[in-house]
Design a protein around this ligand. Structure first.
Ligand SMILES: NC(=O)c1ccc[n+]([C@@H]2O[C@H](COP(=O)([O-])OP(=O)(O)OC[C@H]3O[C@@H](n4cnc5c(N)ncnc54)[C@H](OP(=O)(O)O)[C@@H]3O)[C@@H](O)[C@H]2O)c1
Ligand SMILES: *[C@@H]1O[C@H](CO)[C@@H](O)[C@H](O)[C@H]1NC(C)=O
Length: 339
């Protein structure tokens, strides 16, 4: 038979191992360096993957009582009338905080406050603060500061956020959209935090929860301003977390992939895209200082994203955003025809 005539290529495993051993025995610096590097890489990959599993499925978060739940403390939630912010307001009230809800639309805010009163009732107080963070001036922030002057704020959720209407090259992005994204995502977070931190420091307790985005974890072409504003939040949060930890304050940056909401324009939940209620329940049960993705499937995605070269992620996002833009423009055309 033909097969017996052609010798199968065969790997001399024993020989290879022997030569590796010989190499090791010579203690060549190159071998030692490569071996150390390989062992280090493998160990660190194993460590970060087990940490991910521990965080997502096993370790409980910091108990909300540490931040004053059921002791008359308040939680301040920005962008509290819809989506993720509304869920934070409802669930923090259920956990025993009085709630200050901030956003633009007074009717929407009152209806969430009413819902909290009906669902939770009891001793929980609610209050609203009408503010447009896209156009908030010094006097708007001063009036927020005076409202909070004598209030024990245990939790601040910097949730309000704005993204681009659709993926667009920076050069074609309307100036007011760029302005509003920076005013809301960057300025509002810094200024509200500035107002609330001193009281937390003097009470030596508090939780600052900043809502991050995957768009900030890697540069996102066609969402440049949003992406950079969320990267700002990640860096700001990490620095603050280290400063404030010895002062008894927990700062968490919740890195978020898609969640069903008006902003994401996604209506159906899936394994990767939870409902706000599910998402917020996870966030509140896994509180700990630092930057991480609290939702289990988001944390897996985050892990994968950080295991491949960033240029690949950026190229993929660019492709994705071109496609999303095409579809958004087509949808707009259809709607224009209908009208
Ligand atoms: N949904 C996602 O897939 C996703 C993914 C990653 C990160 N995030 C982040 O999660 C946060 C919440 O997003 P979401 O999806 O829950 O958004 P959303 O459903 O659109 O809700 C936004 C909330 O912010 C308020 N708001 C909007 N503009 C405002 C302004 N100029 N001044 C004051 N309040 C304003 C809105 O109420 P009014 O209109 O009444 O003001 C509403 O209560 C954002 O920081 C976002 O970047 C979301
Ligand atoms: C952000 O805050 C700075 C400092 O107060 C201010 O100069 C700037 O105009 C603000 N930017 C936006 C976009 O609101």
């Amino acid at each position: 038979m033909a097969s017996t005539m052609i010798p199968a290529p065969h790997l001399d495993v024993r020989g290879v191992l022997q030569s590796v051993r010989n190499e090791a025995n010579t203690r060549s610096p190159l071998f030692l360096a490569l071996f150390t590097l390989g062992a280090f890489t493998a160990a660190s990959a194993l460590w970060s993957f087990s940490r991910l599993l521990l965080r997502a499925f096993i370790l409980p978060g910091v108990n909300l009582r540490k931040f004053g739940a059921k002791k008359g403390s308040w939680a301040v939630v920005t962008g509290a009338s819809d989506g993720i912010g509304r869920e934070f307001a409802v669930q923090l009230a259920k956990a025993g905080f009085n709630i200050l809800l901030a956003a633009r639309n007074p009717e929407k805010l009152s209806s969430v406050a009413l819902e909290i009163q009906e669902k939770v009732g009891g001793d929980i107080q609610t209050d609203t603060f009408i503010i447009d963070f896209a156009h908030a001036d010094n006097s708007a922030y001063e009036s927020l500061a005076s409202k909070l002057q004598n209030i024990d704020v245990g939790v601040l959720v910097n949730n309000v956020g704005k993204s681009h209407d659709m993926p667009t090259d920076f050069v074609d992005t309307p100036a007011d959209e760029i302005h509003d994204i920076l005013a809301i995502n960057v300025n509002a977070t810094v200024r509200v935090t500035e107002i609330i931190v001193p009281g937390m420091v003097s009470r030596r307790r508090g939780l600052i929860l900043n809502m991050g985005s995957f768009a900030g974890a890697a540069p996102s072409p066609m969402l440049a301003t949003y992406s950079a504003s969320k990267a700002f939040l990640a860096t700001f949060s990490a620095a603050l977390a280290t400063e404030l930890k010895p002062k008894g304050i927990t700062v968490e940056h919740a890195n978020t992939y898609f969640v069903v909401s008006a902003m994401s324009k996604i209506r159906r939940p899936s394994a990767l895209i939870p409902l706000p209620r599910t998402y917020v329940r996870t966030v509140l049960s896994t509180i700990r200082p630092g930057n991480f993705a609290p939702y289990w499937s988001h944390s897996l995605l985050d892990y994968v994203m950080h295991s491949v070269p960033e240029s690949l992620v950026v190229a993929y996002e660019h492709m994705l955003h071109k496609d999303i833009r095409k579809r958004a423009l087509r949808k707009r055309e259809r709607q224009a025809k209908k009208a």
